[in-house]
Design a protein around this ligand. Structure first.
Ligand code: E4P
Length: 217
């Protein structure tokens, strides 16, 4: 499973990258607004200097021509830019053309398996089902991951399932068990994945015993 960090914050991206387990980055307009990004294209360029893997940058146009113009500009920033496109009719048309032009796409805001089927037929590189936002409205987000993995498997679609809107480590574990290709998550979830209280207790005891041994006691 590939790990992407879901943030536009350069310090967080550097921190996750320093762990050596980061495969890419996803951003969205809300994440950019959160840290007050003014020069969006310049900011994406900075992220691409840190990370070799795929970096999703989202278009904000909602019409085909606007999405194409924005997406082509974004894709020209660096070879690892993935154009993130909302799952609406104009977006599907844009994904089809981006794919024909060899531009990678991340089809975002997916909340149902028929939507995911359409995105795969258009040739999206990634489909982003939003697990957490479904859970938030008492709908099983993980069931959507299972359905998409099954459907894509049935037909051999190359579109990768990118589990998004992840809130906690169990989302990652469950998505991994179902065979999602990628999980994108905040730095807090990446860090939570490696924590276990017994590890901390065990290390503390090892170090105390070692110190006692050195003191001759
Ligand atoms: C990533 O591509 C998505 O934009 C993101 O995971 C959405 O997460 P949220 O539901 O926590 O805003």
């Amino acid at each position: 499973m590939k790990f992407f960090i879901d943030t536009a914050d350069l310090a967080e991206i550097r921190e996750a990258h320093s762990m050596g387990i980061l495969d890419g980055v996803t951003t969205n307009p809300s994440l950019c607004a959160k840290i007050g990004v003014k020069d969006f294209e310049g900011h994406i360029a900075k992220i691409c200097e840190i990370v070799d893997g795929d970096v999703s940058a989202e278009v904000v146009s909602t019409d085909y021509a606007g999405m194409m113009a924005e997406g082509r500009r974004l894709a020209a920033i660096a070879p690892n830019v993935v154009v993130k496109v909302p799952l609406i009719k104009e977006g599907i048309k844009a994904i089809k053309t981006f794919t024909e032009e060899g531009i990678k796409t991340n089809c975002t805001l997916c909340f149902s398996s028929p939507q995911a089927l359409i995105a795969a037929k258009a040739g999206a590189t990634y489909i982003s089902p939003f697990i957490g936002r479904l859970d938030d409205i008492s709908t099983d987000g993980m069931r959507l991951i299972a359905e998409i993995v099954e459907i894509y498997g049935n037909y051999g679609f190359a579109t990768e399932v990118l589990a998004a809107s992840i809130r906690h480590p169990l989302h990652v574990v469950e998505a991994a068990k179902l065979g999602a290709d990628v999980a994108t998550m905040p730095l807090s979830v990446i860090e939570a994945l490696l924590k276990h209280p017994l590890t901390d207790i065990g290390l503390d005891k090892f170090l105390k015993d070692w110190a006692k041994l050195q003191a001759g006691g």
